[in-house]
Design a protein around this ligand. Structure first.
Ligand code: SF4
Ligand code: SF4
Length: 377
């Protein structure tokens, strides 16, 4: 029997995402997610604006088993704070959408490389990106002498600047520990210092930034683009940014050691030298931004993946270089069977009957169903 006290609804910060073979509920406030079956996700999406009670959830089950499963699922989702039970007064307040957040700065992320071969003026460049509104700045020192030569001046140049997160990547050196301990303890602008090619790890008490160590011997741009669940983002800002534009290339700028302007460090394409072209005009060129509009919704395979709005992207290392909408080549997830490459039972998309012909995806449904029945019952 319906009473006035038992409406069941999703919290506004919970986003249902339907995949080809299963779905998820993303909790944008708590940064977590939970897998749900597709039929349940469809029900939530189709009935989003309706006032539902538990009986409405149970009524859409086709069999006794379905009803039991839905009952268990609804209880679990209430317990885990994805769904909530409220009275009619609270219900309308919970139907409000999470406010849409956009960042309209010209460039938000910037990655620069500095080496002995860098003859461009770093101070002038840092002043320029201040006017572009850069928030995240990563400086990759390709040799230790460049770090020794420039870090103090960079610290000075960034005293009053738009950046909110500063990351140095520095090669290991016998003098580094001493420099950090004696000269960088007041570098409060620096958020993280990562050391690569280090002889060993060390700790320094009271250091005002995160000190981390990389296992890499050198900075190699060909290592970029790995799709790793540990780097997935489940929060309001990244969800809306991902839906609006490409979550790796949009609003990104990179300057290589020679002063070449690029969209990302791994791209071959240069838009000219920093010292000879107008940076602000360059980052507004359609050609510079040609992949910024590519969201997961338009990428082959990814558009069928339930993880798409948490996942990072890569447009440089892709399965088919002739198709800018192909899947990142360094992704080991097959969303048609919900298996990662290191999991038992993994098969590639083509082994499951998923093929791409003339840039269009075709699925051998019979083959895929057989494989999924064998894997999941
Ligand atoms: S597009 Fe790919 S290579 Fe470029 S920064 Fe993003 S992940 Fe790295
Ligand atoms: S298929 Fe891979 S790259 Fe694409 S959204 Fe899913 S996990 Fe990310």
């Amino acid at each position: 029997m319906k009473t006035d006290l038992n409406y069941i609804t999703l919290y506004p910060n919970i986003i249902p995402v339907r995949g080809y073979s299963r779905s998820i509920l993303m909790d944008l406030n708590m940064g977590k997610f939970l897998f749900i079956p597709n039929y349940f996700c469809d029900f939530l999406i189709e009935n989003k604006t309706k006032n539902l009670q538990k009986v409405d959830f149970l009524n859409f089950g086709n069999s006794e088993n379905d009803v039991d499963e839905i009952n268990r699922l609804v209880d679990l989702l209430i317990q885990e704070d994805y769904l909530t039970e409220v009275d009619s007064k609270l219900l309308s307040g919970l139907k409000v959408e999470v406010p849409f957040i956009t960042d309209d700065t010209l460039i938000s992320d910037c990655i620069i490389e500095i080496s002995n071969l860098s003859s461009w003026n770093i101070s002038v460049f840092l002043a320029k990106i201040n006017t572009l509104g850069v928030k995240f700045l990563e400086i990759r020192f390709l040799d230790f002498t460049s770090f020794e030569k420039h870090y103090k001046k960079i610290q000075f140049d960034l005293t009053d600047h738009s950046i909110e997160f500063l990351h140095f990547i520095v090669p290991g050196d016998d003098n580094l520990n001493e420099i950090i301990s004696n000269e960088m303890m007041t570098f409060h602008r620096l958020n993280q210092l990562t050391i690569y090619n280090s002889k060993g790890k060390f700790e320094i008490e009271g250091v005002p930034f995160i000190l981390s160590f990389s296992t890499q011997n050198s900075i190699d741009n060909s290592n970029c683009g790995c799709i790793n669940p540990s780097q997935f983002n489940c929060n309001i800002a990244s969800y809306y940014a991902n839906k609006k534009s490409n979550n790796c290339l949009s609003q990104k700028l990179s300057i290589d050691q020679y002063g070449d302007i690029k969209n990302c460090p791994s791209k071959k394409e240069s838009f000219g030298k920093l010292e000879t072209v107008n940076l602000e005009r360059t980052v507004q060129l359609n050609e510079f931004r040609k992949e910024w509009h590519i969201t997961k919704e338009s990428i082959l395979v990814c558009s069928d993946c339930e993880l798409r709005w948490m996942c990072s992207d890569c447009r440089v290392f892709i399965q088919d270089e002739s198709n800018p909408l192909s899947k990142p080549s360094k992704c080991g997830y097959n969303p048609y069977i919900n298996k990662w490459i290191n999991e038992e039972g993994y098969l590639s998309e083509s082994e499951c009957g998923v093929s791409i012909v003339d840039n269009r995806l075709t699925i051998d449904q019979v083959k895929l169903n057989e494989i999924n029945s064998e894997l999941w019952g």
